[in-house]
Write a protein that binds this ligand. Sequence first.
Ligand SMILES: Nc1ncnc2c1ncn2[C@@H]1O[C@H](COP(=O)(O)OP(=O)(O)OP(=O)(O)O)[C@@H](O)[C@H]1O
Length: 653
Amino acid sequence: MSGGAEAEAGRVADAEWVADAGQRADAGKGADTGPAADTEPTAGTAVADSGQKAPPDEDRSTRAAVATLYRLTAGHRTAVTVATALTLAGSALGLAQPLVARQAVDASGSGQVVWPLLALLGALFLVEAAIGSTGRFLLERIGEGVVRGLRTSLVGRLLRLEMREYDRHRNGDLIARVTTDTTLLREVVSQALVDLVTGSLVAVGALVLMAWLDPLLLLLVALTVAVATAVVASLLQGIRRASEHMQDSVGAVAADLERALGALPMVRVHRAEEREAARIGARVEEAYDAGVRTAKLASVMSPAVELAVQGSFLVVLVVGGLRVGGHAGSLGDLVAFLLYASYLVLPLSSVFHAVSLIQRGMGAHRRVDQALRLPVERTGPSVARSRPGPSAPADRPALLLHDVRFGYHPGRPVLSGVSFAVPHRRHVALVGPSGAGKSTVFALVAGFHEPDAGAVLFDGLPATELGRDACRRRIAMVDQNTHVVHGTLRENVTYAVPDAPETEIRRVLALARLEELVDRLPDGLDTVVGERGSTLSGGERQRVALARALLARPALLLLDEPTSHLDAINEAALTTVMKDVAQECALLVIAHRLSTVQHADHIVVLDRGRSTSCGSHEELLARDPLYRDLATSQMLRPGGGPSADRAGRRTNG
Ligand SMILES: Nc1ncnc2c1ncn2[C@@H]1O[C@H](COP(=O)(O)OP(=O)(O)OP(=O)(O)O)[C@@H](O)[C@H]1O
């Protein structure tokens, strides 16, 4: 079949498929539950919140904070109970020691044998120490366990977010949520929880005994404590806000540092180190200010707690003393009551301290929780299959786009009607001016976003029926950013197929012309390439990305300007490789360079988000003014070779 006849056949097939796709897509839409259904909320969460600030109606009360803390320890209840029991037992043993010491002193004064009492005292101390350290270890382990759980969930979630979420959030800030925010939460869980539980239990015990001894005096104590509680409660809100601000600032420090480190050559060349340092320094200042504000509020809490404790003492002493003086009560009762009032001191202050720490931790928790609520990609089908079985007839094109419309933001369309097909074992080029939407088409084919309307079909099956996983299994992609990650060259090449046999690896290395590089590197394939492949040249990175894509033996290979970093020799070689690859799979290439366009079976012209025409190079030169303009600007002659574009100019000129 001649090139023209083939193109015609392709168009006829496309037309049939476009009609069929329309029906399938429409059928799918009835069942489509929309983008909202594509989100997977975390178990137990109700409101999705992707913003940076806390929602205005968020419950910031201490009760809600304690409930949150309780939820956080869901998988550790037994350990929390044991740790609490051990801490309580330790406190009881600690309280018993002064009594034994007093007896020992009295016994020694009256000439009695004291060593059994001293032995008991030593035993009490040792058991208390053993119980105390076991309790502390358990608490620390619970804290680590909670942090491990949160970090695991966060990492799992952050790697699976919907693509638009990465545009909305800064990477450094997301990383800070996994690192610094969870670390603060660990402190809260391991310290505050048990302080709160044991402190409350001991305080309640003391209060019960005080009520039994003298309800009137207890009422007076309760009033004093209530005043102090009101003061503490009013401070807690401020502590929470300051802590939230501090954690946000720390996240911003991480994000800004990541920004600078990610563009180090730009920073250095423009001598912007100081500017960047000042910018990050401003964030550090914000974190400092928020930290100092937290400390200020926390320090105001201490006198409030002292008021509760000493005020109670004074009230009991004065009122109780007056009553004893008036023969309304015994001196013994007053002494006992005062003793129990003293037992309130430590537990009460530890409860107040725990509550303040919990509120501080809630700032970090909000940030962690927000990240855990961000919507993630659903990898399975988003609509029900309209016909059973995943297999498709062999005559369907590997890829078909039918009247695809899409915008990154509502009301601002980027694609407004894109239709074309990529048949199996064909090489299709996508050309168009800069900003026409070529990379966006790739993003939709790769399932990074879903079309607002229209359909993307693989082998005749709508992507929504197949699900992202199944779609992605069919494709490999080399985009403009040619991702190479820190690790060995082998890890980078075999990223898609980690257990690929050596012969396959050698095959793709040869295809991508990487053999010479491998021979040159000190440890061959096992040489470590730096962060983002920094020890490789741009062309080498591009060829590594190509080898990786080829190793996956995809049904459809997407290449975004694959020759942009290559010299003339490698470009010519890659053109041959693309011809070979097109024998094995469908090839869709975004072409900025003419060499890539001319060898394509079809060329699709994209203009302002629309596919305006399709045909061979010669056909388009003859009938498409935009294509002719693009070609003329690059001195492209009908039937000519890749003569004009050696300097790396792009069709969008
Ligand atoms: N993540 C994004 N969020 C919002 N707008 C975007 C995003 N990515 C691209 N755009 C916008 O969409 C339009 C099309 O961009 P796209 O990258 O698809 O064009 P292109 O044809 O590939 O351009 P080029 O040839 O310059 O690479 C542009 O106006 C761009 O600003």
